[in-house]
Write a protein that binds this ligand. Structure first.
Ligand SMILES: [Zn+2]
Length: 109
C-alpha cells in the first residue's frame, strides 16, 4: 500500500502536515526527522486510523478543502468513532500537492 489521495487519512496528513484534534489540544504523534515524502504521510495517516482518530473531509468556502480531525476521545464524544470515510474523488488540491512532491523526489533521485 502506498499513499492514496482518496483516503481522507492520508490526504489530511498531507494537507495539514500533521494531525491536530480540532476540538482539543491533542496532537497526533508524528515522527520527527526522517524523510518527508508521500510514504511518510501515508504512514501517519494509516497510524491515525489504527489509533481511532476520525478524519472527516468537508468542503467549505466553495472548493476549499477542510478536514475535521478528531482525536479518539473527541471522536467518541461526538459519536463519529468508527467513521472510515473515503472520498469519492481526490480533491484537486491533494492531487496538486502529490504531483509536486513526486516531481520533487524525482529531481532528488
Ligand atoms: Zn480531541
Amino acid at each position: 500500500m502506498s499513499f492514496d489521495p482518496k483516503d481522507p487519512y492520508d490526504a489530511a496528513a498531507l494537507y495539514d502536515m500533521w494531525l491536530n484534534c480540532s476540538r482539543c489540544p491533542a496532537t497526533f504523534d508524528f515522527e520527527p526527522g526522517g524523510e518527508v515524502n508521500l510514504d511518510y504521510y501515508h504512514r501517519i495517516g494509516q497510524q491515525a486510523r489504527i489509533e481511532n482518530w476520525a478524519v472527516l473531509p468537508a468542503r467549505n468556502h466553495g472548493e476549499e478543502l477542510v478536514f475535521n480531525v478528531l482525536c479518539p476521545d473527541c471522536a467518541r464524544r461526538f459519536g463519529v468513532d468508527g467513521c472510515d470515510g473515503r472520498m469519492e474523488l481526490a480533491a484537486p488540491v491533494i492531487d496538486q500537492i502529490c504531483q509536486a512532491m513526486r516531481d520533487a523526489s524525482e529531481q532528488a533521485a
